[in-house]
Design a binder for this molecule. Structure first.
Ligand code: GLY
Length: 581
């Protein structure tokens, strides 16, 4: 499949890149009767005068705000929030995973810190295939072999060394306290731990994540003594407290127990990387976002370029016409993603070509006025998706000086590989599934990939994480990001459209029901109340398959008001909380 498709896609890319000077007129799309426009509920954001933290857990938000109030900057608070989430939000917060952190300083300096996991040195391209070359179910998602070399602790240390102000131990200590003293479980976290009980028990029977003799309930206090010890070693020794010594020994012993392949050398070799952020423009905003090995930034900027010629605001929110245009952009961009995106340290990723505005606008020239373009005609592929949990998490911080952080961090699936490191108390990721185990075969998110994202030792798996920061005339305006696997990119896109094109405040923008199309499968996923029934009927009549789907994403947003105050939007789909002072 790949051999047949890749040249086709290259022809399109080359042809369009060379036609830079061809004028482009957006295909005509009728303006909808506004009676077909849905309307998300009017909800108010949290407002703060100076500084704000939005994260997926109230304890993590509280800790972040306290660090800011003690004189820490946004980077200190980011480290504290990251470690707090590793305790308070075990479904996704982590020290056993990785992530991408984007920042923009009050002085306009910016940076992109890649602490993505890597494939262990013993990883091979076909490690998830059987003798017949078929993907073995669960091998890349569950258990020790699914684990990539964690990057979070090294990433946090690199961030703190470069930009932190408070002592390292002061920013790690709140997470140590949280793990040692315990915290009250929310309804959602209790239910998640109960759902995962059998899988935890399979790998690590004696773990704090399992309630002895019963199920967790909302309000139960959960304590993590082993994790508190691990965090203490990190507090006292920095990255050496994780990648060397007792924590490394426990992690490697865990690997050996479960036939995993991460070695002490893999841990010692892990390095985070500073990368150059990507820039794009959308309706007068400068959009700063993350480069490969995330596909998210490239894809977001491609979509914004494709949508720029269309007056989405005039079409109306979630009218058939607006959904049509956005879906056709998403379809085309996810097709590019599957073909071209991977770790730039292991192969050329054609970012400049993909971000060529002429290319992206011409890609939309094949959009039909009121008809879905079948994905098979954009590029073909195989397979149906198997949606699994899409647990990653995101936090945004703006401090009183105006420094901004947008960070998405992940174990990949809910509770990652479900492996808890015995004696060290933290959960390991299952990020290896973000590689393309076999070209053309969908991963847990239904995403297909090609050789650009094939497994190689030391390589970073492709991601969809899309931390983003918008400025206007050099002034900070919006900080945004979300978890959600393959839906991350379209959720960030919709939040930006909700604010910029539809004038929603950040709370309304993150709460609004969402839609999602990712080229394959050829369907629009639809959250409850995202479309009026008449709009759904029209879309079906225009050739779209609509697939109702349970809520996804946990988008966080901070908007800076013209008077400098901050508005926070925390996704009501989770326990997400915005707070500031
Ligand atoms: N594991 C989800 C992502 O990185 O996109």
């Amino acid at each position: 499949m790949k051999v047949r498709l890749l040249p086709l896609a290259l022809v399109v890319l080359t042809a369009c890149s060379t036609s830079r000077t061809t004028p482009f007129t957006a295909p005509t799309v009728a303006v909808a009767p506004l009676s077909l426009a849905a309307r998300p509920p009017a909800v108010s954001p949290v407002v703060a005068d100076k500084a704000m933290v939005v994260s997926a857990h109230p304890e993590a938000t509280r800790i972040g705000v306290e660090i800011l109030q003690k004189g820490g900057n946004a980077y200190d608070a980011a480290v504290a929030v990251q470690f707090a989430l590793a305790v308070a939000l075990p479904v996704a917060g982590n020290i056993g995973g990785g992530g991408f952190l984007l920042y923009r300083g009050a002085d306009g300096q910016e940076g992109a810190l890649d602490f993505r996991e890597t494939a262990p040195a013993a990883a091979t391209r076909d490690m998830y295939l059987d003798a017949q070359g078929n993907v073995v179910p669960n091998r890349s998602t569950l258990g020790h072999l699914a684990v990539g070399v964690p990057g979070t602790v090294a990433g946090m240390e690199a961030l703190h060394q470069k930009l932190g102000k408070l002592p390292w131990r002061d920013v790690v200590q709140p997470a140590v306290d949280l793990a040692a003293n315990g915290l009250r479980l929310t309804t959602k976290e209790a239910a998640g731990l109960n759902r995962t009980r059998t899988e935890f028990a399979k790998f690590t029977p004696n773990t704090a994540y399992i309630k002895p003799g019963g199920n967790w309930a909302e309000g139960d206090i959960i304590k993590y003594p082993d994790l508190a010890q691990t965090l203490t070693r990190i507090r006292d020794q920095g990255r050496a407290g994780f990648y060397q010594g007792q924590t490394a020994e426990l992690l490697v012993a865990e690997m050996q127990r479960g036939k995993g392949i991460i070695t002490k050398q893999d841990l010692a070799d892990y390095q985070p990387k500073w990368r150059t952020p990507l820039h794009g423009r959308y309706r007068g905003y400068d959009v700063l976002t993350f480069p490969p090995p995330s596909s998210g930034g490239v894809a977001l900027l491609q979509m914004l370029q494709m949508l720029q010629p269309y007056d989405l605001g005039r079409m109306g929110w979630h009218t058939p016409q607006q959904v049509h245009v956005v879906t056709e952009a998403e379809r085309r961009v996810y097709a590019d993603r599957a073909t071209y995106l991977g770790d730039p340290d292991f192969g050329r990723v054609p970012v400049p070509q993909l971000l060529d505005s002429a290319y992206n606008r011409q890609r939309m020239a094949t959009t039909l006025p009121a008809r879905a373009t079948p994905s098979a005609q954009v590029q073909a592929s195989t397979g149906l998706p198997s949606y699994e949990s899409d647990q990653t998490t995101h936090y945004n911080i703006v401090d009183a000086q105006g420094n901004a952080v947008s960070c998405t961090t992940t174990l990949n699936g809910a509770y990652g590989s479900k492996v808890v490191v015995a004696g060290a108390g933290f959960i390991l990721n299952n990020e290896m599934d973000d590689f393309s185990s076999k070209p053309g075969t969908p991963n847990a998110y239904g995403l297909v990939g090609g050789t650009a994202n094939a497994i190689r030792p030391g390589k970073r798996m492709l991601s969809s994480m899309t931390p983003a920061i918008l400025t206007q005339n050099g002034q900070l305006k919006l900080v945004v990001g979300t978890p959600g696997g393959s839906t991350i990119i379209t959720s960030v896109l919709q939040t930006i459209l909700n604010v910029v094109d539809f004038g929603f405040n950040p709370q309304q923008a993150v709460a609004a029901p969402r839609l999602h199309h990712q080229w394959l499968p050829d369907q629009i996923d639809v959250e409850q109340n995202a479309l009026l029934p008449a709009a759904a009927d029209t879309l079906r009549a225009h050739g779209y398959k609509l697939a109702p789907r349970a809520a996804w994403g946990r988008v966080e947003a901070i908007r800076v008001l013209p008077d400098g105050r901050l508005e926070g939007g925390a996704d009501p789909r989770g326990d997400d909380t915005a707070a500031g002072y």
